[in-house]
Design a protein around this ligand. Structure first.
Ligand SMILES: [Zn+2]
Length: 136
């Protein structure tokens, strides 16, 4: 059996992955102008500052796009086919759109549907972001 590839955090993305393990959706924020940056990067697109910190988001957003994958791109995912991947615009800044898996693999996604982040025990699940429908 071939293992699924896991995220490989680097210097810029490590705080995001640490946030998921801690049960938070963290996004890099410019320390000068407050603009959120995603994906994380060294310089702010708005004010050109190199200063940044990481802040926890509400975990709420709306489905901006989605795809149902039927093709086997990696042998480790063959048994999961077909599977859905979601692109979610977060509540705090709509141009921040984060990819994640649906918490319910049988989801019938629709653009504009409210969702919220779900954090699973990293000992029991791949360390990735999951989204579930937000009925509240
Ligand atoms: Zn800035």
């Amino acid at each position: 059996m071939i293992a699924k590839p896991l995220p490989m955090p680097d210097k810029d993305s490590a705080p995001y992955w640490e946030g998921l393990a801690a049960g938070e959706l963290r996004v890099q924020r410019c320390a000068r102008c407050g603009t959120l940056r995603w994906p994380a990067r060294a310089i702010c697109n708005r004010c050109r500052s190199f200063d940044a910190d990481w802040v926890a988001m509400s975990g709420r957003g709306t489905i901006k796009s989605w795809i149902r994958t039927h093709q086997r791109f990696h042998p480790a995912f063959a048994e999961d086919l077909p599977y859905v991947t979601l692109l979610v615009a977060i509540e705090e800044q709509a141009d921040i759109q984060i990819v994640g898996a649906p918490a319910d693999p049988a989801i019938d996604p629709a653009i504009g549907t409210p969702v919220r982040a779900v954090f699973r025990d990293p000992q029991e699940s791949p360390p990735i972001l999951f989204w579930e429908l937000d009925a509240s």
